[in-house]
Design a protein around this ligand. Structure first.
Ligand SMILES: O=C(O)CCC(=O)C(=O)O
Length: 267
């Protein structure tokens, strides 16, 4: 990205709480990854109780993908455009200890409005600079019909002592303008973790999924819970670039072969 576009991207992220980098990942990679991801999701759903599966299919599903190809490909974990914007927004030493997927199943319903992370000092009268960015890579076209995420621009700057989700937030969100992230497959959405958003109903017969990685400012390492770390198979680690190893430096490297099954996030 040239200097002018980088400036616009970072400014948009800071002002609006999210920015879309349109069509930055190749169709070939996206199509192959979607196929593997859908198969992994099907495996993962079979590991759940029927009750849980029913709830996930009706509402929303998050899954930890196995850290092997294609999920561990450089184009995903250290996408040059996403890294460029992230470095400019939160500095070069950011790290990642969270990587999941977000799926709206065919004919699923609406998610509740929420922010993924609260302000560092809830109640402080002004919003502090951005500290966490979620990097979403769309594996399908995101449309109004299949549940493109709804986002409230500039809501990351709202500092009232609202909970991160719940009735009060739903009510307040109704009074504020929102947009839908209708983007093409292979687009990347970078979002400040404080920005209000929700998954929307998927009225189509196709699965709608995006990958999601959280890039954090270095000091947040002190708050990472051990149960949430990503287990990186040594065979994946050995293939990662120096840059990717730096981004994923706080995660455990395990000697198990990569499992092709998705896992449940710890919530
Ligand atoms: O899948 C979506 O559209 C949004 C889901 C999401 O970002 C979340 O659950 O935090």
């Amino acid at each position: 990205m040239n200097e002018v576009n980088l400036k616009i991207a970072v400014r948009t992220l800071k002002e609006c709480g999210f920015v879309v980098l349109e069509d930055v990942v190749s169709r070939d990679w996206v199509d192959g990854t979607r196929e593997v991801c859908n198969a992994t999701l099907q495996h993962y759903m079979k590991t759940l109780s029927p009750e849980k599966r029913e709830i996930y299919e009706r509402t929303h599903t998050a899954m930890f993908p196995p850290i092997c190809a294609p999920f561990s490909d450089a184009v995903a974990i250290e996408n040059p455009f996403a890294v460029q914007v992230t470095e400019a927004a939160i500095g070069p030493d950011f790290f990642c200890t969270f990587y999941n997927t977000n799926t709206q199943w065919p004919h699923s319903g609406i998610q509740h409005v929420h922010r993924d992370f609260d302000h560092l000092f809830p109640g402080f009268p002004v919003a502090l600079p951005i500290i966490q960015i979620i990097v979403n890579i769309a594996l399908t076209d995101f449309t109004l019909e299949n549940g493109a995420t709804e986002v409230w621009p500039a809501s990351h700057l709202i500092v009232d002592e609202l909970p991160t989700d719940g009735e009060a937030l739903e009510e307040r969100a109704k009074t504020l303008p929102s947009v839908r992230t209708t983007v093409s497959a292979g687009s990347i959405i970078l979002r400040d973790m404080r920005t209000w958003h929700r998954g929307m109903p998927n009225k189509t017969d196709e699965i709608r999924t995006m990958l999601a990685m959280i890039y954090d400012r270095p000091f947040l390492n002190a708050y990472v819970s051990a149960t949430e770390l990503i287990e990186i198979p040594r065979s994946t680690w050995e293939q990662m670039s120096k840059r990717a190893k730096h981004i994923f430096r706080y995660n455990p490297i395990v000697d198990r072969a990569p499992s092709r099954l998705g896992k449940a996030p710890p919530y």
